[in-house]
Design a protein around this ligand. Structure first.
Ligand SMILES: O=C1OCCC/C1=C\Nc1ccccc1
Length: 476
C-alpha cells in the first residue's frame, strides 16, 4: 500500500494531465501495451518479466484517489501550469463511482516467464468508457517496470554464462544458484531501486548482500528468506589493524569465525604476498584445519580480474595443492575458494571463465560478486522498453492504431488488441488486431477496478525463470 503522502494523481508526467483534452471526441476506450522492442543485437534476445506485482500492490491497488488528493493535485497543477488544466471533475467522478479505485484492467504475462523480445508483456485499458484518459495516465509509473525486468534479465544472462562453464568444467550445475552474489546495494540510486533490483536478482540466484531485496521478496512475493550470505571482511576490518598486523587481522577472523564459511578481502596491501606468505604459510595450518563447510573464501578486489584471479589460484595451488574432478578439471581443497567481486560484468565474467577453463580450472573454485553492472549500469533503452496505444474505441466502434515513424521503423508499434500465445512450434508470439483466441492467450488479468487478481510467489516465479536445456548446452 502506498504511503499516506503518496498522491497517485501526482505520480505522472506533467503533460499527461493535459491529455484528456486531446483525444478525439466520443472516445470511450484507450487500450495500450508494454513491450521490450525487438532489436537486431543478439544480446538479450529474451527477457524475464518481473516486478509488476510490487508496483500494483504498492501504488495502484485499492482506493488510491481521495478528495484530499484531488484538492492537492488541483492546487499543484494550477501553480505548475499557471492555468486551469487539471480535470477535477473527471477525478471526482472516479471517486464517486468507484470509491477512488482505478477503473482499469491490466493483463500481464505471469511473472518470471521468459519472453522473446518484441512481444506484448502487459496491456492496460479502461473498464469504464467515461475514463479513457486514465489508461495512459498510469504509463509513467508502469513503464518503470523497465528496471526489474532489465535486472532480472541481466542476472539471468549471467546465470546462462555461469551454467555453461560450470557444467563444462565440473559436469554438474550443483551450486549454480550461489555463483553470483549481489554486491550492488550501495551502487543503486535509491532504497526502492535496491529492493526492486535486489529482488530481481533473486529470481535467478540465492546469493545476495542486498538486504532490501530480501525484504521485497518477503513482503511482496511471499518468500520468507530468498537468499543467503556469509560472514565477510571489508577493508576497514583489515586495515584497522595497521599494515604491520595484516597476519593478526586474518588470524583474528579465523578465531572469530571458527566454523562456517568466511570470506576475507585480502588485497589491502599485496594480494599475492597475502596468499603466499600469510594464508599459504603463517596461517596455513589454520586454513587446512577448516572443514569443507567452513571454507575460507579469499577475495581479491583489484587488478585485472582474470590476471589476478589466475595468479591467486596458482599461488594457492602451489601452497595447498589441488585435485582433479571427474571431468578432469583442477579443484582447490574444499576448505579454500575464491570470490571475485571487482570489475565483474557480463563481458568480463565470460573472459574470466574462458581463461579459467583454458588453464584447466573448474568453476567450482570461484564465486563472483557483482554490483553496479547488475543493478545500476542499465537504462530503459537496454531492453528498449516502450508503452504504446494500439486500440481505440469511439462511439462503441473499435479502431486499430499504431505509430510507424518514417525516421525510425524500429520504433513502430503493434496494432489492435493483443494476445500472447505459444504457436504450434512452441515459440511465443504476439497476435495483433484482436484476432487472438482467448483460450490461447498467455496474458492473465492481474488487476481490475482496484483489485489485484493474482498473487505470484517467488517460488513459482523462479520456476518460470529456470534455465532450459538449451541455455546450458556446452560452449560452442
Ligand atoms: O566477500 C563476500 O563474500 C560473500 C558474502 C558477501 C561478500 C562481500 N559483500 C560485499 C557487499 C557489498 C560490497 C562488497 C562486498
Amino acid at each position: 500500500m502506498a504511503a499516506q503522502d503518496f498522491n497517485f494523481l501526482l505520480a505522472t508526467d506533467s503533460y499527461k494531465v493535459t491529455h484528456y483534452k486531446q483525444y478525439p471526441p466520443n472516445v470511450n476506450k484507450i487500450y495500450s501495451y508494454f513491450e521490450c522492442r525487438r532489436r537486431k543485437d543478439p544480446q538479450f534476445q529474451e527477457v524475464v518479466f518481473f516486478g509488476l506485482q510490487y508496483l500494483l500492490k504498492k501504488y495502484l491497488a485499492g482506493p488510491v484517489i481521495t478528495e484530499e488528493k484531488i484538492q492537492e493535485a488541483k492546487q499543484f497543477f494550477q501553480m505548475h501550469f499557471k492555468q486551469k488544466v487539471f480535470d477535477e471533475d473527471g477525478w471526482r467522478r472516479v471517486l464517486e463511482k468507484y470509491d477512488g479505485r482505478l477503473p482499469i484492467r491490466i493483463k500481464a504475462v505471469p511473472e518470471g516467464k521468459i519472453i522473446p523480445r518484441g512481444n506484448v508483456l502487459f496491456t492496460v485499458e479502461n473498464t469504464d468508457p467515461d475514463f479513457f484518459w486514465l489508461t495512459n495516465y498510469v504509463e509513467t509509473m508502469l513503464v518503470q517496470m523497465w528496471y526489474p525486468i532489465t535486472v532480472a534479465t541481466v542476472s539471468r544472462e549471467f546465470k546462462k554464462i555461469l551454467a555453461k562453464h560450470l557444467k563444462a568444467t565440473s559436469g554438474s550445475l550443483e551450486g549454480l544458484d550461489f555463483k553470483l552474489h549481489d554486491f550492488g546495494y550501495r551502487g543503486v540510486s535509491s532504497q526502492e531501486s535496491a529492493a526492486l533490483g535486489g529482488a530481481a536478482h533473486l529470481v535467478n540466484f540465492c546469493s545476495t548482500d542486498t538486504v532490501a531485496g530480501l525484504l521485497m521478496a518477503q513482503r511482496y512475493y511471499g518468500c520468507p528468506m530468498a537468499g543467503f550470505s556469509i560472514p565477510a571482511a571489508e577493508h576497514s576490518t583489515i586495515i584497522s589493524w595497521g599494515r604491520s598486523r595484516e597476519k593478526e587481522a586474518y588470524e583474528s577472523l579465523l578465531d572469530q569465525f571458527p566454523t562456517g564459511p568466511l570470506a576475507v578481502v585480502s588485497d589491502s596491501y599485496d594480494i599475492f604476498k597475502a596468499c603466499k606468505h600469510i594464508w599459504g604459510d603463517k596461517l596455513k595450518e589454520r586454513v587446512m584445519e577448516r572443514s569443507e563447510d567452513s571454507t575460507l573464501v579469499i577475495r581479491p578486489d583489484s587488478g585485472d580480474p582474470a590476471e589476478t584471479l589466475l595468479e591467486v589460484i596458482k599461488i594457492l595451488e602451489e601452497r595447498f595443492g589441488c585435485s582433479l574432478n571427474p571431468v578432469g578439471y583442477k579443484v582447490l581443497p574444499s576448505y579454500l575458494r575464491i570470490i571475485q567481486g571487482d570489475g565483474i560484468d557480463l563481458k568480463s565474467i565470460e573472459e574470466i571463465l574462458e581463461r579459467l577453463s583454458d588453464e584447466g580450472w573448474s568453476v567450482e573454485n570461484v564465486f563472483f560478486g557483482c554490483g553496479s553492472a547488475l543493478l545500476q549500469k542499465l537504462n530503459r533503452d537496454t531492453l528498449n522498453c516502450a508503452f504504446k496505444c494500439s486500440y481505440v474505441e469511439s462511439n462503441g466502434k473499435g479502431m486499430d492504431v499504431y505509430k510507424q515513424p518514417v525516421t525510425d521503423p524500429s520504433k513502430g508499434s503493434k496494432r489492435g488488441r493483443l494476445s500472447l500465445r505459444k504457436n504450434s512450434d512452441g515459440f511465443i508470439e504476439t497476435v495483433e488486431r484482436g484476432v487472438g483466441k482467448p483460450e490461447e492467450d498467455m496474458l492473465v488479468t492481474v488487476f481490475e477496478n482496484g483489485t489485484i487478481l493474482q498473487d505470484y510467489t517467488l517460488e513459482e516465479i523462479r520456476k518460470n525463470a529456470r534455465l532450459t536445456e538449451d541455455d546450458i548446452a556446452p560452449p560452442q
